[in-house]
Design a protein around this ligand. Structure first.
Ligand SMILES: Cc1cc2nc3c(=O)[nH]c(=O)nc-3n(C[C@H](O)[C@H](O)[C@H](O)COP(=O)(O)O)c2cc1C
Length: 220
């Protein structure tokens, strides 16, 4: 089987459109997202490979506009605070751009907040026992918790796309993590990892380009 045959098999399996047709959506129609659809998206998301099958993800689907607006306000407040940092003097335009990148989730009919629970593998415990610092541990463990949750978020976005919804995987709102956790009544040790607005796209969704495989793939 050459590369074209392999591409054909992926296309016939529906993967090239399911995965390749997805793109980040940042403008949404107001049509609500039924709970049944949200449940189906999460059912697919949790098929993600995850370290130790610990399933260290939790999902909170925010339908209530009042809570969505409060989340947006929390992000605005966090950015206002950052804008006042002397280290960021003269960075007004960058803060403005970040604000747009971090707050448009409020225009979606549904906002999925994704949380992570602590995960310690046996390997982590051994490194902890040795007294390694966080940076060194992360270097040797590469955050299996965040990798697992990321895999689930990707599948969630693909499932939403297959049902005709647009999504945007967002981490910029995590700048307001403590406030958003309080608003959603999520208790420690769960931590906000991502926010994903979901809704029917307002406009045509055009996948963005990618580097060719030859630029990112090497064989040894
Ligand atoms: C971990 C992660 C965090 C992201 N955070 C944001 C964000 O906060 N705001 C935003 O508008 N897009 C965000 N994105 C979307 C990326 O900008 C987008 O995936 C990338 O430009 C590729 O475009 P595509 O998703 O349309 O293929 C994020 C994507 C990932 C994977």
């Amino acid at each position: 089987m050459d590369t074209d045959d392999a591409r054909g098999r992926l296309a016939r399996a529906g993967l090239r459109s399911a995965v390749g047709g997805r793109a980040s959506v940042r403008r949404f129609l107001p049509d609500p997202v039924p709970r049944e659809h949200v449940t189906a998206m999460v059912e697919l998301a949790v098929r993600a490979a995850n370290a130790g099958n610990a399933q260290m993800w939790r999902f909170v689907a925010v339908e209530d506009v009042v809570i969505q607006v409060a989340m947006r306000q929390a992000v605005d407040d966090a950015l206002d605070e950052m804008a006042a940092w002397p280290e960021l003097a003269g960075k007004g335009n960058e803060i403005k751009a970040l604000r747009a990148y971090a707050t448009f989730f409020v225009d979606a009919p549904l906002v999925m907040a994704v949380f992570g629970l602590p995960y310690f593998s046996r390997g982590d415990e051994m490194l902890l026992a040795r007294g390694l610092g966080v940076e060194e541990r992360d270097r040797l463990r590469a955050r299996p918790d965040l990798q697992s949750i990321g895999a689930a978020v990707q599948l969630f976005c693909i499932a939403a796309h297959a049902l005709g919804y647009g999504t945007c995987w967002m981490t910029a709102p995590v700048l307001a993590a403590p406030a958003i956790e309080r608003l959603l009544g999520v208790e420690p040790p769960a931590k906000l990892v991502a926010v994903v607005p979901v809704g029917r796209p307002a406009g045509i969704v055009t996948p963005t380009s990618r580097l060719p495989a030859g630029d990112v793939l090497e064989f040894r």
